[in-house]
Design a protein around this ligand. Structure first.
Ligand code: 4AZ
Length: 251
């Protein structure tokens, strides 16, 4: 997050930290963000884990709720809010060349799998997804909140969860920042000079009026060119079930 500030998790209780281990599991670090959409499902970006070598670390990814810490060691990590991933549902037309359909749903275990779904608290609450029938304003200039554990600026890591309010930029005006290459209608842009999401925030929430409108997806120079987000309403019809049933493939 560029140009933002630290926030307590109660400000963004839907924020998820996706973590990987290093040093044989002694350290866990956030590699992407996500959002809790129910106590069983996390929505995130596909490019976070559909990368070469995914099968080598698909079992060492955790989804953590209720946390503001970017990196933890095993002795301070709270088991209470940490979950393994039971299923990865990936958009069947994800295209990492065009940067489109960058959306996935991760399912955490249920009691039958010896582990539990997330538990509601002041720190852990799902967020409503934007569906096309909701008339919330996502026109140019509307300010929305993006949060995450990603870079503060190029090469500068964040130790904590941060948030920044960014204005929506129309797809047409956004394309000017990308050498007039068209921004796909299922994408959405947001940001202004020195206020943006950045590397490591990917998959995390862009929230307008209390509704999940975008997922951090890609961009140019953080804080200079607008950030590009997956437009949630292009993929939703009420809940995640149609996404999983019609749009997604299980990895
Ligand atoms: C990235 O590399 C990335 N400024 C994410 C978001 C933005 C740029 C890059 C938006 O994951």
């Amino acid at each position: 997050i560029v140009g933002g500030y630290e926030v307590p998790i109660t400000t963004v209780p839907y924020q998820i930290s996706l973590r990987k281990s290093m040093y044989a599991g002694y350290i866990w670090y956030t590699f992407c963000g996500g959002s809790l959409i129910t106590f069983k499902f996390v929505i995130t970006a596909t490019h976070c884990f559909v990368t070469p070598g995914f099968n080598n670390w698909r079992n060492s990814i955790r989804a953590v709720a209720g946390t503001t810490e970017s990196i933890v060691n095993i002795f301070v990590s709270s088991r209470e809010h940490t979950r393994r991933i039971r299923n990865y549902y990936v958009h069947k037309n994800y295209d990492n060349q065009m940067w489109i359909n960058d959306i996935s749903v991760l399912e955490v275990p249920t009691p039958q799998n010896m582990e539990y779904a997330f538990i509601e608290s002041e720190e852990v609450k799902p967020i409503r997804m934007h569906v096309p029938s909701m008339d919330i304003d996502v026109n140019e200039g509307v300010y929305c909140a993006v949060s995450g554990f990603g870079l503060l600026e190029h090469y500068k890591r964040s130790e904590n969860l941060r948030m920044v309010c960014v204005p929506i930029v129309s797809n047409r005006r956004c394309s000017y920042y990308y050498r007039s290459s068209k921004i796909h209608p299922t994408c959405l842009c947001a940001g202004e000079n020195t206020k943006d999401s950045c590397e490591g925030d990917s998959g995390g929430p862009l929230v307008c009026g209390g509704v999940l409108v975008g997922l951090v997806s890609w961009g140019g120079i953080c804080g200079v060119q607008p950030g590009v987000y997956t437009r949630v309403a292009s993929f939703t019809t009420g809940d995640m079930v149609p996404f999983v049933a019609k749009l997604a493939v299980k990895l």
